[in-house]
Design a protein around this ligand. Structure first.
Ligand SMILES: [Zn+2]
Length: 384
């Protein structure tokens, strides 16, 4: 029993050290420059020449661009931020939703019966959701938390109900509200994400689409929506209109490694290129402030709910399980645990060796006794 426990602990220590080395490797990834050739067949812009976007789309060089890095220490706690309440997200499976590979992302069109009824001055109606992702080597969220990318990010795009449609709203100052959440890697398949990902093969070609049955779209977002960051930003793709009221949830969602790999590997942009690394680099904050609906103190409990770690601002990109990054605090805690377990392991090993030595001695003396018995037995018999 004790042996099993220590084997388990040893395994855990080994596993954690291997996962942190994986992070170190991916941290060498820089920006969007990659091995993928330029893909220009699907429009006038692509992710490999982001610096050139502003020559065709003037808003892209504005001072309220998205995504941004969220420095958790700098976020201002605003107790007045109203809670986000969603309605109509639980769609009937008789309602068919259009799933599209538009060459830039995987997009699911949503009915305007889905809405944000609390959280903003007006009601906002859903239009579509889509994803941003990287590759197996490089995480591909758009927003970063203390300079850490997550494997992927979901955006649920809503428009202000005071406008007729999203096209009209998109260029208006109070036109859009996007709910963003980070997607991490967990141990189990996410059955809610599977409702979309199971149809990936049907939209592998650029500009292809399919229809999928409605489901509870709420389940694509984190369980708890109470903790979020809020700031004014833009569309993260051209024409980069600076009209988005951004909500980035603190809690994350997880999908399995296999599910994320299917997103990274299945879709094509153009004829022969993989649709990957469809994320824009974080933009300068300028004079904007990021508000938060919660106090930034790191919580001491709640392993599933990451309390985003402090960082000195150095860029660490990491593919992680459940949590976005290992903070210094978590690392030092991990170190302490490792030392404690290491010490326990050593003590047990020593105890085991001492025990083994004693057993050996006993066995030897027993054997001696046995031999002696063998010698004396016949004599005893003779005596009888
Ligand atoms: Zn997006």
């Amino acid at each position: 029993m004790l042996g099993k426990l220590f084997l388990f602990i040893l395994f855990q220590i080994l596993a954690s050290s291997s996962s942190s080395s994986e992070e170190d490797e991916s941290s060498s990834e820089s920006g969007n420059k990659g091995e993928h050739p330029k893909s220009s067949s699907h429009g006038h812009w692509n992710y490999l020449d982001q610096d050139a976007w502003s020559s065709d789309f003037q808003h892209c060089s504005g001072q309220s661009q998205s995504p941004i890095n969220i420095a958790t220490r700098q976020a201002i706690f605003d107790p007045q931020l109203p809670e986000i309440k969603l309605e109509g997200y639980d769609l009937s499976d008789s309602e068919l939703l259009k799933l599209v590979n538009n060459g830039h992302t995987l997009q699911l069109n949503l009915p305007d019966t889905m809405r944000i009824v609390s959280g903003f001055d007006n009601i906002f109606l859903a239009a579509q959701l889509h994803f941003h992702w990287g590759t197996i080597e490089a995480p591909g969220s758009e927003h970063t938390i203390d300079n850490v990318h997550f494997p992927a990010e979901i955006h649920v795009v809503h428009y202000n109900s005071k406008y007729h449609n999203i096209s009209e709203a998109a260029s208006k100052l109070d036109g859009l509200a996007v709910l963003g959440a980070f997607i991490g890697i967990g141990l189990h398949e996410n059955e809610n994400y599977e409702k979309i990902l199971s149809s990936l093969m049907d939209v592998s070609r650029e500009e292809s689409d399919t229809e999928i049955p409605g489901f509870n779209v709420r389940n694509l977002l984190p369980n708890k929506l109470a903790k979020f960051y809020r700031y004014n930003g833009s569309l993260t793709t051209p024409p980069c209109y600076q009209t988005v009221n951004w909500t980035i949830f603190n809690d994350t969602i997880t999908v399995s490694r296999k599910q994320l790999a299917s997103l990274e590997d299945t879709l094509k942009a153009g004829l022969d290129q993989h649709l990957t690394k469809n994320f824009r680099a974080p933009q300068l904050l300028y004079n904007r402030q990021v508000m938060s609906s919660f106090r930034a103190e790191p919580s001491s409990t709640g392993p599933q709910i990451p309390s985003y770690p402090d960082s000195d601002g150095q860029s660490k990109k990491g593919r992680t399980i459940n949590e976005p990054a290992y903070s210094k605090e978590v690392l030092s805690r991990g170190d302490i645990l490792a030392i404690v377990f290491g010490a326990l392991f050593t003590v047990t090993l020593l105890s085991f060796m001492i025990y083994a030595c004693q057993q050996r001695k006993k066995t030897l003396s027993l054997k001696k006794d046995t031999r002696q018995n063998v010698i004396y037995k016949p004599a005893t018999k003779e005596e009888v």
